[in-house]
Design a protein. Structure first.
Length: 355
């Protein structure tokens, strides 16, 4: 299997250069259930020249008739909180994954059974996480054996090499996942909830890319930069509200995504992370909101719409001293002179005014 196409060149920041504004759109689950949402957002990505990260749930390539092959930690054999896909939907998912990777997108992991209960992923040990990851990788590697499909093109990537990060179900369990992620030499994890819009750092040698707290127009407080959290902020425990209110809620969701973008873009240029699901919650307003935000953000100069894999490649290419200085910028802090942050240390010291 060859190298992935359409990967941009990576450059170090020049002395005093303002960082580009990185924005990562990512998708939890990444299964196609016949609503055409995977293809819809691949098309939107092509229109906006964006690369995205699709976090695949491994059991979405395992037929329900083979569910006893899945042995989730501390759960009955074959259990799953998200169910299994039908054979036609597994076929669609395989086709979408293949096309997405060939278009330059990343295939990460959302693990398998999505257990968010009191005895779920938040309680798992590092060994439990290793077991879950090994199974997720195995379901992707052995999809043809498990499905029996002979008329579907192979996936064009080696998943053990492709897989360098993931997002845990319900953003639970990161602390005990990280030792396993580090042992597997994963390069990032995107499971942390409630991060601020600041430049990221590493934990146990793994880049930590949290969902971020962003303002919500017309409401007090903030919300995590994900469709589910916006829905919960607006509707509480429901997934559907009155149809008459949906235009207002959609505008508010779009406004929240754009408010988070503008706060970073006009100040500290911290990478901005938006999470999503292929779900038509509340009449599909969150799907429309994220697409409107994507298309709007794409019109701004100096924006890079990238996958987490591409962001890691850029971060790892930078001067570590420069990254440490960028991490000192607070949320909404605009540097008076970027040379203080992105010039090599000796040059920045020379450029600073004397006392």
């Amino acid at each position: 299997m060859g190298a992935q196409p359409h990967q941009p060149a990576v450059h170090r920041l020049g002395p005093g250069q303002r960082p580009p504004q990185f924005v990562v759109f990512s998708w939890d689950g990444a299964g196609e259930t016949g609503r055409g949402l995977f293809a819809r957002y691949r098309a939107a990505a092509a229109d906006t020249k964006a690369s995205m990260t699709f976090f695949l749930s491994g059991i979405y390539l395992l037929p329900e008739r083979k569910k006893l092959l899945y042995r989730p930690p501390h759960k009955p054999v074959g259990a799953s909180a998200i169910g299994y896909l039908s054979d036609p939907h597994i076929r669609m998912t395989l086709q979408q994954l293949r096309a997405a990777w060939l278009e330059g997108h990343e295939i990460g992991t959302h693990f398998n059974g999505h257990f968010c209960d009191a005895a779920g992923v938040g309680t798992w040990s590092p060994a439990d996480w290793r077991n879950e990851i090994d199974q997720a990788v195995g379901f992707v590697e052995h999809w043809r054996t498990n499905t029996g499909f002979r008329d579907v093109a192979p996936l064009p990537f080696d998943y053990r090499k492709e897989l360098i990060g993931g997002r845990t179900p319900c953003l639970l369990g990161q602390n005990r996942l990280l030792p396993t992620a580090a042992a597997l030499r994963w390069r990032y994890d995107a499971s942390s909830p409630g991060g601020e819009q600041r430049w990221p750092g590493k934990r146990l040698g793994v880049w930590d890319f949290p969902l971020q707290s962003i303002p919500v127009p017309g409401r007090a407080g903030s919300v995590l930069s994900m469709d589910y959290n916006l829905m919960y902020k607006q509707l509480g425990g429901s997934i559907n509200g009155p149809a008459a209110q949906r235009p207002r809620w959609q505008a508010q969701a779009t406004g929240a995504y754009l408010a988070g973008f503008h706060r970073a873009y006009t100040t500290n240029r911290a990478p901005y992370f938006i999470g999503n699901h292929f779900e038509n919650w509340n009449g599909g307003i969150y799907m429309r909101a994220v697409e409107e935000a994507l298309r709007t953000i794409a019109t701004y100069p100096d924006v890079r719409l990238v996958s987490f894999r591409q962001l890691v490649g850029w971060l790892d290419a930078q001067d570590p001293t420069v990254l440490r200085r960028l991490r000192t910028l607070n949320v909404g802090q605009h540097p008076t002179d970027w040379r203080e942050y992105t010039a090599p240390l000796a040059a920045a010291t020379a450029a600073a005014p004397s006392a």
